[in-house]
Design a protein around this ligand. Sequence first.
Ligand code: ASP
Ligand code: MG
Length: 419
Amino acid sequence: MKIFKFGGASVKDAAGVRNVGEVLKHFALDDLLIVVSAMGKTTNALEEVVWAYVDGRDAVPKVDALAAFHFGILDEVAPEDGPSRVALEELFHSLRTLLKRPISLDVDHYYDQIVAFGELWSTTIVSAHLNASHITNQWVDARSIITTDERHRAANVKWDMLGYNCEKHLPSFAHGPVRIVTQGFIGRTEDGDTTTLGREGSDFSAAIFAYALDAESVTIWKDVPGMFNADPKRFPNTRLLEHISYKEAIELSYFGASVIHPRTLQPLQRKHIPLYVRSFIDLNAPGSTISEATDHDTLIPSYIVKPDQLLISITPRDLSFIVEENLSAIFNLFAKRNVRIDLMQNSAVAFTVVVDDNPRSRDLIEALRAEYEVRYNTACELLTVRHFDEATLTELLLGKEVLIEQRSRVTARFVTKPR
Ligand code: ASP
Ligand code: MG
């Protein structure tokens, strides 16, 4: 079995959905499980529905727009498929019913129930189109396979239940190659509540299915021809990373390279399943391979930029030692508010961190001020360079003021501001 993953950008319109069919024609003999994300920016639009709903504003116009968009695509790519139209109608009906109910549970719980529709809609449409194009397939509800805990919006997978779930819920194919179409991003608790795995979690879903099925490989089909040593939108002369190790890819995605979701690699590494990142636009492009082999890791310096960072410096008001007496309490506050630390540094009485600038981080600063003296710098950039050389560093830092610098043998990191 091969696992294919198509992200939101690859199915953002009818042409995108048709292109999925075109890609699959090149794999006529392979057993495939196809993981699909919500179409285009649907998840963002559904988040808007959630916020409207919890604020008591009218969410119906937003749902109407989403319905028009999805039915429009279905009409183009599978006009004759009555049952799929009914299935899509039923999904929209369930969402509208949910929005009529008064709010009684916590926001994150509602978020998952509502936002999950994006993937249910997209897979209904993709599956219908493939069937209409004689790529006979079965639509599978990913929630019947991916059991999770109750941590809404960032659910943890119950790995030991995957085998049983696959046996029970995956269809068997008597003839021809296996074709399963299923959702990324979503799961379900043992009590039957829908959960999500965190934004951009569909790559991770593909890896979960690969792990469960001992797949031969995972391919993430993207609008870029692979993983690059830097963001091509930001830097000229970027180079394709043709072959890198799991470890290097985990480091790169941890530092902010946005091509693959960071959690994707661990399950694949555990089962030695290679990950291919390939272009759904240019099927002849070689793409990137991520696997065990490490020989190529050090050949090309990679650089990753995170813009809009806050540099926060935290000092106890009584000047007590930061590490021994305060750090665990501070970490707790970060964890509770779900603020991810991108870089940290300490002196005797100060702890300095770099985080994304967003409302959660700003709230955290206010909470910290109850006990600590907090100062911060806005509009910083965090630059990470793997396998650096001095010439590259000089060039990258030109015209920038460096506020913090950290170096290990392979990685150099800088917090900068424009001069
Ligand atoms: N649709 C979800 C999101 O946009 C999951 C994904 O695209 O990977 O976050
Ligand atoms: Mg998406």
